[in-house]
Design a protein around this ligand. Structure first.
Ligand code: NAD
Ligand code: DAU
Length: 332
């Protein structure tokens, strides 16, 4: 498995994965990315040209997929429209990329008998009550809430169908909420960090009781490499690091870590259909494939992420004003 094709490798988690692969393996990586508003070539800056190639293109382009799959040992498929709030505003790109794009890659994998790992989300399982003792497992029924999560659920089901019907060699992982460097300022944690840097009060949807299960993006990358290496064809693996926190606690931790009063934030209009709680049980990945996360402490991972945003304003500043204008238009 020396030649990897990474779709969406200029996005948040994809670029973290490319950095992780370069630092920890000798694989060669080709990134295929359409450079939507969420893609950024600067997230791959400094990587050696003899290890990482970049192809600017769309995953719905079947001839391009055919050409690239012919010269690839394995594909890791991150490319997606990824933001719930955008999917509530305009669902169409989510159908095009998440459904048709995944279909296009599955057909190329079938044509070339190429191993494919599909990156997905815990949101396909819907949400949990705050006091539910159960967490999501690989056998939890699908019950997605938003246009985003329903298209990700659809893409997972396409992968399962192509494995069973056509013998495509594929695995799936469903991961919880990632944090770390290179995340777009539309997302919760970087939005609040960059708000504080800009002197804007952080914005909490509703009461802020919603719980997310945080994992550092680098731990997501090590889990994906583990599945590529040892995962069983046709299997699904849940990825999580036991990082449940409610949004109010996270915003208060961001504020205090940045030297501000813990209550210096605003409550704003809640997200429509807002999922209450996500929680991952990653026992299968840990016991069957031997994976463990390296970032045990959310507070220090968050502090390092804050440092990264302070040091890399050139990376995020070009997106900040348009992102805040979008939210302001929705009372958020
Ligand atoms: P992101 O929005 O930061 O990046 C998406 C990347 O895909 C961008 O570089 C974009 O240019 C590219 N892209 C979009 N449409 C494309 C197309 N049609 N053709 C080619 N490239 C295209 O997303 P992310 O947060 O890095 O998420 C990556 C993947 O991980 C997604 O599949 C998402 O569902 C999944 N995931 C994300 C999280 C999270 O917390 N962010 C958690 C679990 C799973
Ligand atoms: O669980 C995995 C999912 O995590 C991924 O599949 C998605 O791609 C990724 O975007 C993320 O989805 P969320 O909707 O959970 O992430 P987001 O960063 O948008 O929001 C996290 C929580 O914070 C959520 O409860 C909404 C809330 N929020 C968000 C924003 C942007 C706020 O309270 N204020 C905000 O300004």
């Amino acid at each position: 498995m020396s030649r990897l094709l990474v779709t969406g490798g200029a996005g948040f988690i994809g670029s973290n994965f490319v950095h992780h692969v370069v630092e920890n393996t000798d694989h060669h990586v080709t990134v295929l990315d359409a450079l939507t508003y969420a893609g950024n070539r600067a997230s791959l800056a400094g990587l050696p040209e003899n290890r990482v190639a970049f192809v600017h293109g769309d995953i719905t382009d079947a001839p391009l997929a055919d050409e690239l799959f012919a010269n690839t040992d394995a594909v890791v498929h991150y490319a997606a429209e990824s933001h719930n709030d955008n999917s509530l505003h305009d669902p169409r790109p989510f159908l095009d990329t998440n459904i048709i794009g995944t279909y296009t890659l599955l057909e190329a994998a079938r044509q070339h008998d190429t191993r494919l790992h599909h990156i997905s989300t815990d949101e396909v399982y819907g949400d949990l009550e705050l006091d539910d003792p159960e967490r999501f497992t690989e056998t939890t029924p699908y019950n997605p809430s938003s246009p985003y999560s329903s298209t990700k659920a659809g893409s997972d089901l396409l992968v399962r169908a192509w494995v069973r019907s056509f013998g495509v060699r594929a695995t799936i992982s469903n991961c919880s909420n990632n944090y770390g460097p290179y995340q777009h300022v539309e997302k919760f944690i970087p939005r609040q960090i960059t708000n504080v840097i800009r002197g804007i009060r952080p914005k909490l949807y509703g009461a802020g009781e919603n719980v997310r299960d945080w994992i550092h993006a680098d731990d997501h990358s090590s889990a994906v490499l583990t599945i590529l290496d040892k995962g069983v064809n046709g299997e699904t693996y849940l990825i999580g690091a036991d990082g449940e926190k409610n949004n109010k606690d996270v915003v208060e931790l961001i504020l205090t870590t940045m030297g501000e009063p813990a209550d210096a934030y605003d409550h704003v209009t809640d997200r429509a259909g807002h999922d209450l709680r996500y929680a991952i049980d990653s026992t299968k990945l840990r016991t069957e494939l031997g994976w463990t996360p390296a970032y045990g402490d959310f507070a220090s991972g968050l502090a390092a992420t804050i440092d990264w945003y302070r040091a890399n304003e050139d990376w995020w500043a070009p997106s900040k004003d348009a992102t805040e204008a979008f939210y302001a238009g929705k009372g958020q």
